[in-house]
Design a binder for this molecule. Structure first.
Ligand code: CDP
Ligand code: MG
Length: 136
């Protein structure tokens, strides 16, 4: 079974959408393997998003991702990575398809409510970033 990481981002936690987002994910057939609430340090946010180092939005992304509590969720399903990206919708909520998590609960290209891993390899790495106790 494939694994991927969902993060309910600070804006969505602040806007009280944890339950709404988890319902969409569960209704899409995902199993929750692990879940917790935490707040990232700047160093953790920088490491998690290291792939974006040098991009114009990197500093602002770190400020946003450390601005409040987040809910990382380890998910399992067949085709989990692609399926989660599908129900998240496009990075920019205004370009995301109707009914997707980002269209429903995101408010800008930065404050887009949720993260989903972008490859099977990153699904494993990112899940282990938050849940190192899970065995693979
Ligand atoms: O999250 P996703 O994989 O769809 O997009 P990304 O290109 O990997 O960017 C990571 C995150 O950076 C996005 O989810 C946004 O929160 C933020 N971002 C931004 O603030 N401005 C951009 N032009 C692109 C992304
Ligand atoms: Mg990405």
């Amino acid at each position: 079974m494939e694994r991927t990481l969902l993060i309910i981002k600070p804006d969505a936690v602040r806007d009280r959408h944890i339950g709404d987002i988890l319902k969409i994910v569960i209704d899409a057939g995902f199993d929750i393997k692990a879940l917790r609430m935490t707040r990232l340090t700047l160093d953790q946010a920088a490491r998690f998003y290291a792939v974006h180092e040098g991009k114009s939005f990197y500093a602002s992304l770190q400020t946003y991702m450390t601005s409040g509590k987040i809910v990382p969720v380890a998910l399992e399903r067949d085709n989990a990575v692609a399926k989660l990206r599908e129900i998240l919708g496009a990075t920019d909520p205004s370009k995301a398809a109707p009914g997707t998590i980002r269209r429903l609960y995101g408010s800008s290209i930065e404050s887009n409510a949720s993260h989903g891993s972008d490859s099977v390899e990153n699904g494993r790495l990112e899940t282990a970033f938050f849940f190192p106790e899970l065995d693979f």
